[in-house]
Write a protein that binds this ligand. Structure first.
Ligand code: ADP
Length: 421
């Protein structure tokens, strides 16, 4: 156990040593701003691994009281071979969320990266080798979803499957797991998360937070605050200021200093986002900013803002996964709770208010796995993350993530001398 922990700690040190190189790979592969990768994501990868290194020697069983003269032990064993399929939006953070708990619990791993972003996982896995991880414990494969991914999901020797990606693909892998060996599956899927701005909030801060909640990582976040609900009393001011902020967003070469937004991941996603923008216009939402490609080279999209968005519009219902903010108007607290919850998704929700009662009410009423009050996208290693409804099954990070990689065994022994019980 101690050795397991040591190897993971050595890996985290190597990540820190190669921080800038790894960040550059992530930017090349994904197009995200280099500063974001170098200053936020790669340090977070090291933090996540250290968190799980801390767990490696602290997972232990229980002795439980049971009726009758029996000594009952509950053992937590590694589940076996963990199959893991990750997406392209945060390649290394998704790697850490999967590899960290699986290794801490003593499993072996076959991990498939997304076809768009294979580089960084290969590079850091070499560092795992340098850190002393025995051959065969961590196996990384680069491949396509319907072939390599499906083979993993349906393999009879894979004991557990962890998947992050779209809800549609999540359904496919769940079915493949069910049709093969009934391996348990954890799923982290799509979202259409509400960001609720109350009328008591500081408008400038609210605008900045809602902007971050949607536009971070080119809008390519499963938990993006993609339905910005704003109280009617502050709606017009909020829209005006959001428009100014979006027009100021720095879009361009992700390796350049100060760039906030790089290109979208690929042509498919780029076209999908432009299609959703057209849906917004056709459905009658008001296009306040952006709405088109930026330049003629690369998959850059101008930061886009729609106001007067109605719940029934396609852009308010479907996951866009791009830099398109939809701003909706509300009047009453009960009304916004009902509307925010009226989605098949339930990954996250943001709340911006100075009123403690409002914050507490919303925190309990909103059906989502993460509620961020006066903040958004806070992702420490110890905080569990996962979805309600069609946003997923199970939780990653935090103590809850360990359960995904442990098998529970009850060992019962009769106690023969009742006189001493
Ligand atoms: P996106 O549409 O955003 O690329 P996906 O859910 O399709 O999201 O992809 C997430 C991950 O799932 C990727 O690693 C991808 O290769 C994998 N994947 C895609 N299709 C399948 C499939 N049929 N079976 C298993 N994995 C798949």
């Amino acid at each position: 156990m101690q050795e397991r922990s040591r190897i993971i700690l050595r890996f985290a040190d190597l990540i820190e040593k190669h921080n800038d190189e790894i960040a550059a790979l992530e930017t090349w592969d994904n197009g995200k701003p280099y500063e974001q990768a170098a200053q936020i994501e790669i340090p977070m990868l090291a933090r996540l691994m250290r968190y799980y290194a801390g767990w490696a020697d602290k997972i232990h069983g229980l002795i439980v009281p049971a009726d009758g003269p029996h000594h009952v032990q509950v053992l937590y064993e590694p589940i076996g071979v963990a199959g893991q399929i990750i997406p392209w939006n945060f390649p290394l953070l998704m790697y850490a969320w999967k590899v960290g708990p699986a290794l801490a619990c003593g499993n072996t791993i076959v991990l498939k990266t997304a076809e768009q972003t294979p580089l960084s996982a290969l590079f850091v896995s070499k560092l795992f080798q340098e850190a002393g991880l025995p051959d065969g414990v961590l196996n990384v494969i680069s491949g396509f979803g319907p072939t390599a991914g499906a083979a993993l999901a349906s393999h009879m020797d894979v004991d557990k499957l962890a998947f992050t990606g779209s809800t549609g693909t999540g359904k496919i892998v769940l079915e493949l797991a069910a049709r093969s060996n009934l391996k348990p599956v954890t799923l982290e899927l799509g979202g259409k998360s509400p960001m609720i701005i109350m009328d008591d909030a500081d408008i400038d801060q609210a605008v900045e937070l809602a902007h971050f909640a949607l536009f971070f990582n080119q809008g390519q976040c499963c938990c993006a605050g993609s339905r910005t609900f704003v109280h009617e009393r502050v709606y017009d001011e909020f829209v005006e200021k959001s428009k100014v902020r979006a027009l100021k967003r720095v879009v361009g070469d992700p390796f350049k200093k100060g760039v906030e937004q790089g290109p979208q991941i690929d042509e498919d996603q780029f076209n999908k986002i432009l299609h959703y923008i057209k849906c917004g216009v056709d459905d009658g939402a008001t296009l306040e900013a952006g709405g088109e490609r930026l330049g003629t080279r690369g998959y850059y999209i101008r930061p886009t803002i729609f106001s007067n968005v109605e719940d029934g519009m396609t852009i308010a219902k479907e996951e866009i996964f791009g830099p398109v903010q939809s701003i909706l108007k509300f009047k009453e607290l009960d009304e916004v709770i009902r509307r925010a919850n009226n989605s098949h998704y339930g990954l996250a929700a943001g709340v911006f208010t100075n009123n403690l009662d409002t914050a507490n009410t919303l925190a309990r009423a909103l059906r989502a796995g993460s509620i961020w009050i006066n903040c958004f996208d806070v992702f420490d290693a110890a905080i569990p993350f996962g979805g309600y409804k069609m946003s997923g099954q199970g939780r990653e990070k935090g103590i809850d993530s360990l359960k995904n990689y442990l098998q529970v065994k009850a060992v019962v022994t009769p106690l023969k001398n009742p006189a001493w019980l």
